[in-house]
Design a protein around this ligand. Structure first.
Ligand code: SF4
Length: 330
């Protein structure tokens, strides 16, 4: 299907009421089949992979209840300062060898110190010089000025998750807000950077909150939506929560697909807790991209396993010349 046709289909949205009604247990098959048809009609048939490097770990001042890296919880997570340019370049070359299109530099903490911003700019420029890998960054509540400097160094995409429904966020984190996150995303858009924005399912969200989350993402209109499934970490306030029921995982992905018809939905954290059967169902209803290789504090998916599942579902895989997305307001 031509991309214009894809966009035309993508315009044909679903209402909040309809989305909520489709989450009823007895409408599961309908939800999944509609999501599958939307995937086939609207989503580019190329499975996109990226990788990330945890460039600064732990000791975070924030109180996100799901996160092993908050200094408020005793999780035994690895703690270290900025890893250095060489480590970032090495991770980018490894990602490139594995067929990933981009490497994401991810740091813990509310925001980077001015010294770490300098180091991030240096690493971004070094990656661009040494590889053909696109560079993304997930650096907390980064300022527009800092983003401008990083863009000049070669940054292409900014990651900042909404994490969950805006109305539920204060239940899960009190030290920053959805508005803080939207400010980062808007700054990135103003600068013409791509946006990667998703969140975590399995943190006790109701059907209404899942629908609200899906529509909040639609408003942001990201270029990529990472979908994490909570991997409960002992020592965090959500450490004793069970892993989300696999069927609910599939339904959640289907719902996100129906509300965001053409945006790549990306496997992220929690993929390793999933059976290949569940992952294949997720791909059927809308997952079309992945973060493979090591994640932040948990192991990620194996590139080869997910490549095989994607190919079996009819996607092409492998590196490509990256295209620039058209800037849209958030
Ligand atoms: S999610 Fe980010 S901001 Fe929140 S505690 Fe973890 S590292 Fe800190």
């Amino acid at each position: 299907m031509m991309s214009e046709e894809r966009s035309a289909v993508a315009m044909d949205g679903i209402s909040r009421e309809e989305a909520l009604a489709l989450l009823a247990r007895e409408r599961r098959e309908e939800l999944r089949e509609r999501a599958h048809k939307t995937t086939v009609r609207c989503v580019e048939r190329r499975f996109d992979f990226c990788a990330i490097i945890n460039a600064k770990s732990g000791r975070c001042t924030e109180d996100c209840k799901w996160c092993a890296q908050s200094a408020r919880w005793h999780t035994g997570c690895e703690e270290y300062g900025w890893v250095g340019t060489d480590a970032c370049v090495k991770a980018a070359l490894e990602a490139q060898r594995n067929g990933a299109d981009r490497i994401g530099i991810v740091t813990s903490g509310r925001r980077l110190s001015p010294e770490d911003v300098d180091r991030a700019c240096e690493a971004i420029a070094a990656i661009k010089a040494a590889s053909s890998t696109g560079v993304c960054a997930s650096l907390g509540l980064v300022s527009e000025d800092d983003l401008r400097r990083m863009k000049a160094a070669g940054l292409e995409r900014v990651h900042c998750n909404l994490e969950c429904a805006p109305s539920a966020f204060s239940r899960l984190c009190t030290t920053h807000s959805t508005a803080d996150k939207l400010a980062v995303l808007r700054a990135a858009r103003r600068l013409g950077l791509d946006i990667c924005c998703g969140g975590i399912i399995g943190m006790g969200e109701t059907d209404e909150e899942l629908v609200e989350f899906a529509f909040a993402l639609k408003e942001v209109a990201p270029d990529s939506i990472p979908v994490n499934v909570l991997h409960p970490i002992k020592g965090t306030p959500l450490g004793e929560m069970g892993v989300l029921d696999p069927e609910r995982v599939v339904d959640s992905v289907a719902l996100l697909r129906l509300v965001n018809p053409s945006t790549p939905l990306r496997f992220a954290g929690g993929r390793r807790d999933m059976s290949d059967e569940t992952a294949a169902k997720c791909i059927y209803v809308g997952m079309s991209a992945g973060i493979a290789g090591p994640l932040l504090t948990t192991p990620g998916a194996n590139f080869d396993d997910d490549r095989e599942l994607a190919v079996r579902a009819g996607y092409s895989v492998g590196p490509r010349c990256r295209r620039r997305a058209t800037a849209r307001p958030v």
